[in-house]
Design a protein around this ligand. Structure first.
Ligand code: TRP
Length: 333
């Protein structure tokens, strides 16, 4: 059997938070093994869609790369690179654009959400919509098809885009002959979508996140800000609607989860539960946090890892792009 080729991208906007860690980074790093080929990349060209602040893009790229390395990503087994270091992706993006129905892009939900918002605000339907936002699923298809990925781990909001990549690949194959693997989205139901400080999904857009590598003191402060109900110490507490418990579950082992469930039934004080939660999270993150700080102080090291990753990526992308070009009739005379 051929190995699965797993590929996913991380858009370089913002600083990683606990939700990113539990929902995407930790499972991705754990999925690295000899039984699959894994490709992870910093989607800096995608970041331009949401952010036109050069300093922010630069800073975020650095932080996200340092995060993955600090958490122990095995770069001998996984291919870890920056999208913009692989020019073949941008070239493929254009070729795929010419194979993509505009009507398909009209249905992409990021674009549709922007149009709905504009309409609700009484603006022109396409106000402030760039071509980048409109055609972003094509770039994502190029990311995926460039490496013939078979499995693409994503959050629910990205399933549609992976299906579009599949449609685009099928259309290309039909027209020009078998060239691309048809990718599948992989959504892990066992992975928690973490709640943020206010109980809604932890997300930068809700401003309710706990950044991943806060210094310990600040981490404790953030955890103390998690919204709870007004039940007093000694009153039994419900695990089901508790953000504190949900976070506990994301970091604890089975025995610890059972203990905390019992403590809730016994009426543990919120302050005490939060203290134990902060201890637990800190235990998992203390070492990586040190490595993270070291890496941020040595960006040349990060850069060299990314450059090596790009070389490995291009070993694959260059011949594949050559095939594509041959297939479409762009070749030496
Ligand atoms: N668009 C994805 C997100 O916002 C990130 C991404 C870019 C991606 N290219 C990709 C994910 C290719 C998977 C495969 O989360």
């Amino acid at each position: 059997m051929t190995k699965a080729r797993i590929l996913t991208g991380i858009t370089t906007t913002g600083t990683p938070h606990l939700g990113n860690y539990v929902g995407a980074i930790r499972p991705a790093i754990r999925s690295v093994s000899d039984d699959a080929e894994t490709y992870f990349f910093l989607a800096d060209l995608h970041a331009l869609i949401k952010c036109q602040d050069p300093e922010k893009i630069h800073q975020s790229t650095k932080e996200i790369a340092a995060t993955w390395l600090a958490l122990g990503l095995d770069c001998d087994k996984a291919v870890f690179y920056r999208q913009s270091d692989v020019p073949e992706i941008s070239e493929l993006n254009w070729v795929l654009s010419c194979m993509t129905a505009k009507g398909l892009m009209n249905r992409a939900h990021a674009y549709k959400a922007a149009v709905d918002q504009n309409t609700a605000d009484g603006l022109d339907a396409d106000a402030a919509v760039t071509m980048g936002l409109f055609s972003y699923p094509v770039l994502m298809a190029a990311d995926i098809l460039m490496f013939n990925a078979s499995d693409v781990p994503v959050g629910r909001d990205q399933i549609q885009h992976v299906e579009m990549a599949r449609d685009i690949a099928a259309r290309f194959n039909h027209h020009f002959g078998e060239t691309f693997t048809l990718p599948k989205a992989r959504v892990d139901d066992n992975v928690a979508v973490l709640q943020g400080l206010d109980g809604r999904k932890m997300s930068k857009s809700y401003n309710n996140t706990i950044p991943l590598f806060l210094p310990e003191k600040k981490l404790r402060k953030h955890i103390n800000k998690i919204k709870t109900n007004l039940l007093e110490p000694g009153q039994a507490k419900d695990t089901n609607d508790s953000t504190v418990f949900q976070l506990w579950q994301a970091f604890a082992n089975e025995a610890q989860i059972a203990d905390m469930r019992q403590a809730f039934a016994d009426g543990i004080a919120w302050g005490e539960a939060k203290k134990q939660l902060a201890d637990l999270i800190n235990t998992e993150l203390a070492e990586p946090r040190e490595r993270y700080e070291e890496l941020l102080a040595d960006t040349a090291k990060i850069e060299s890892v990314l450059k090596q990753g790009a070389e490995k990526a291009r070993d694959l992308s260059a011949p594949l792009l050559a095939n594509v070009k041959k297939a479409i009739g762009i070749r030496c005379l």
